[in-house]
Design a protein around this ligand. Structure first.
Ligand code: NDP
Length: 242
């Protein structure tokens, strides 16, 4: 990597794990692009906190499911920036028993994770190849590794993202671009607000939920030069759950 760090794009960075990743990458010296879909206020708070800590951040809202919106936003970003780090973090859940799972629940989840990965990553890959340096970090889930009851849509999407990670890593390794997946267990964010704590805690050997900052520290390491030889991996962070 050159002395001036390239930009880092974090999708779904307005809150939760994505917000912590944006803060961590900014603290490592990357100018950060904070993507979100609709809630501007928390995204602005993340950007303000980064600026107050001496970092650089800007907002870039778009829906990762929308190919045209992604293309337009990314083309605009690339006119004056080098994007060297992509963190595909935007994700949603629509849990339910499979027999009653509506198509909307299936498609909204798979499209956010899988189309989101394609729509955001593909336009940025060739500029990264030309720069001969890059880090692509995909936030998957323990659900994509072992399956979780009521999450057929989410488990399928996150397992698919692992397949894309392993394949793309092989394509890009000789260009000095690494592609890895981070698979969190249960992390304290809005996403799991409805999960019954007492039931899940007894299944987690560490007997606690993870913190967004713990996931962010792992992502920050994967984005660093020290992690140059780690590619095509799925790294769990789950308190021993899997
Ligand atoms: P949150 O629900 O707290 O935050 C989700 C973020 O994604 C928000 O910034 C949201 O923005 C954004 N987002 C959702 N849909 C889109 C979209 N279509 N386009 C752009 N942005 C979008 O989630 P978490 O922080 O908990 O999760 C982050 C990632 O980590 C997800 O991929 C999730 O699957 C994964 N994960 C989470 C775990 C957990 O226990 N929390 C465990 C394992 C994996 P907005 O509000 O504007 O829609």
């Amino acid at each position: 990597m050159s002395a001036t760090k390239p930009h880092a794009l974090v999708t779904g960075a307005s809150r939760g794990i994505g917000a912590a990743i944006a803060r961590a990458l900014a603290s490592a010296g990357f100018p950060v692009i904070i993507n979100y879909r609709e809630r501007r206020e928390p995204a602005q708070e993340v950007a303000t906190a980064i600026a107050e800590a001496g970092g650089t951040a800007e907002l870039c809202p778009f829906d990762v499911r929308d190919a045209q919106a992604c293309e337009a936003a990314l083309t605009e970003l690339l006119t004056s920036r080098t994007i060297g780090v992509i963190v595909n973090n935007a994700g949603i859940v629509r849990d339910g028993p499979f027999p009653s799972m509506e198509r909307e629940a299936w498609e909204s989840v798979t499209r956010t994770t899988l189309d989101g990965f394609y729509n955001v990553t593909r336009p940025l890959v060739m500029p990264m190849v030309r720069a001969r340096w890059g880090r692509i970090i995909n936030i998957t889930s323990v659900s994509g590794l072992i399956g979780v009851r009521g999450q057929a849509n989410y488990s399928a999407a996150k397992a698919g993202l692992i397949g894309a990670t392993r394949s793309l890593a092989q394509e890009l390794a000789k260009r000095k671009i690494t592609v890895n997946a981070v698979a969190p267990g249960l992390i304290e964010t809005e996403m799991i607000a409805e999960v019954q704590r007492e039931h899940v805690l007894e299944r987690i050997p560490a007997r606690r939920l993870g913190r967004p900052e713990e996931v962010a520290a792992l992502v920050r390491f994967l984005a660093s030069d020290e992690a140059a030889y780690i590619t095509g991996q799925v790294i769990g962070i789950n308190g021993g759950l899997a």
